[in-house]
Design a protein around this ligand. Structure first.
Ligand SMILES: Cc1cc2nc3c(=O)[nH]c(=O)nc-3n(C[C@H](O)[C@H](O)[C@H](O)COP(=O)(O)OP(=O)(O)OC[C@H]3O[C@@H](n4cnc5c(N)ncnc54)[C@H](O)[C@@H]3O)c2cc1C
Length: 446
């Protein structure tokens, strides 16, 4: 059950993103289309980064017979429509909270895996010659209010001391001179490692290599029923039934019935929205002294994330909207357009050419979850990247493949990602929890 409008799950509808207009199409034979009746070793539900990476590694590294089922075209979910920030960390905890919850050792192990996750995306694209349009050096965390600068300073110290990540702190004037200026810029912390990319090119690249490795990928194949027949799973789609010994759930923010209750009732899908302008002129860029391709995110609880794209369009994203109705979609677009012009008044005349939205996946433990179900170890899962899955999801898909293939054990995972998502009390009230949280954060940000 989901409290969101049914249209948000209509996989026959394109997302409306700039990426759909600009990514090269998949080569024939990569997306095999609706699945018929068949048997396999592993069935994967969800054709985003997690599912595609798992399919690739299961087929290539373990020679398993893999079928991936995706409700829409491959990459239809968040993977094909995100902001393209390839960054860490995939969590809704501060670094200090991560340490206090798990201790320095486990926190460091987790963050190390996420540094490796970013390198994995970069090296995968390089090795497979996939042009993901990499951009920028690092990610700029921008203080949106003067009081936030001191927090960034503290965070920079912690990153260096505990995680060996050398983030660079810039005062307001330095940011204005070197990166950009705006009404909501009061200094920034430059996190190394991160970069920007074209998300759908990455999703289609993963699909291409997975198919070449022998995985069979079926778009337009929503799983509508899931039953057990002895020890085998029966996944029913409108065009056929797949029988599998193992199943991997890779549905992240789009998880809902018929996925197992231990997953579907424990995820909190949260809407993220993006608007993109037409290409900005040189004089418009100069009006904000904009001179960087580095992705930026500010310190708001309901954060804004933004970056200049290779063709000089400006991408501006924000969380919000708790219903998913078409009317609230229009309201959210208007709100973002207004905020974009308030924060960057020099671009008041830059019209919006694209706007779209989709689900990120939150949960009560506030870190991702990778493992197998306690009630049925033949079902694995990898989800809950808290809005930062561009690097984390391909990594988690590979980890899930190693778990299924037998070369990784759950006990060896860093503690923050080990096992099932935490139980959410009274899950039918999740829509209300979300409204209350968004209202609270909105007030805090003001
Ligand atoms: C607007 C937006 C902006 C974002 N920006 C960033 C960013 O800049 N950086 C970052 O790191 N992360 C970002 N994210 C988050 C990131 O995109 C996700 O964490 C990541 O793509 C998750 O990948 P996934 O494969 O696990 O899930 P998804 O890509 O969401 O794939 C899940 C798939 O499961 C399919 N599915 C669900 N149920 C069924 C079923 N019953 N049968 C068959 N298929 C099913 C869905 O159709 C969907 O395609 C953003 C997300 C959104 C929505």
């Amino acid at each position: 059950m989901s409290w969101y409008h049914a249209g948000m799950y209509d996989a026959a509808r394109p997302a409306g993103s700039l990426w759909e207009d600009t990514a090269p199409p998949l080569a024939p034979g990569v997306d095999l289309g609706p699945a018929g009746d068949t048997d396999c070793d592993v069935a994967i539900i969800g054709g985003g980064y997690t599912g595609l990476s798992a399919a690739l590694h299961l087929a290539r590294d373990f020679s398993l017979d893999v079928r991936l089922l995706e409700a829409g075209p491959l990459g239809w979910g968040a993977s094909g429509r995100n902001g393209g920030f390839c960054t860490l960390p995939p969590m809704a905890l501060s670094f200090a909270e991560l340490i206090s919850r798990y201790g320095e050792g486990e926190a460091r192990r987790f963050i190390d895996t996420q540094r490796e996750a970013i390198s994995f995306v970069r090296s995968f694209a390089e090795t497979e010659a996939i042009d993901i349009e990499p951009q920028g050096e690092g990610e700029l965390h921008v203080a949106h209010a003067p009081s936030r600068f001191a927090e960034l300073e503290k965070e920079g110290d912690l990153l260096s001391r505990v995680f060996g990540i050398e983030a660079e702190l810039f005062r307001r004037e330095e940011v204005a001179e070197r990166f950009y200026d705006s009404r909501e810029q009061f200094g920034a912390l430059l996190m190394p490692l991160s970069f920007g990319l074209h998300p759908l090119r990455l999703a289609r690249g993963l699909a291409t290599v997975a198919a070449r490795s022998g995985a069979r990928l079926h778009g337009s194949s929503p799983v509508t029923r899931w039953e057990k027949e002895g020890r085998r799973h029966r996944l029913v789609t409108p065009s056929g039934t797949i029988r599998a010994s193992r199943v991997l759930v890779a549905t992240n923010g789009f998880t809902r019935a018929p996925m197992p209750e231990a997953l579907s009732s424990r995820v909190l899908p949260v809407m993220s929205n993006i608007v993109v302008t037409r290409p900005l002129t040189e004089s418009e860029l100069a009006a904000q002294n904009w001179r960087t391709e580095t992705p930026c995110a500010n310190t708001r609880n309901l954060l804004f994330y933004y970056r200049l794209l290779p063709d000089r369009r400006f991408l501006f994203g924000a969380r919000g909207d708790t219903t998913g109705t078409p009317e609230d979609g229009v309201r959210m677009r208007r709100f973002m357009e207004r905020r974009l012009r308030e924060v960057f008044p020099g671009w008041a005349d830059a019209e919006i050419t694209h706007s779209w939205r989709g689900f990120v996946c939150m949960g009560l433990r506030r870190t991702p979850s990778v493992g197998t179900l306690a009630a049925d170890p033949s079902v694995s899962f990898a989800l809950g990247y808290h809005g930062n899955g561009v690097a984390a999801a391909p990594w988690a898909g590979r980890l899930a493949a190693q778990l299924i293939g037998g070369t990784a054990k759950i006990g060896d995972f860093p503690a923050p990602v080990r096992g099932e998502p935490a139980v959410i009390p009274f899950p039918s009230l999740r829509g209300w929890y979300l409204r209350a949280a968004l209202g609270y954060y909105w007030l805090m940000d003001r």
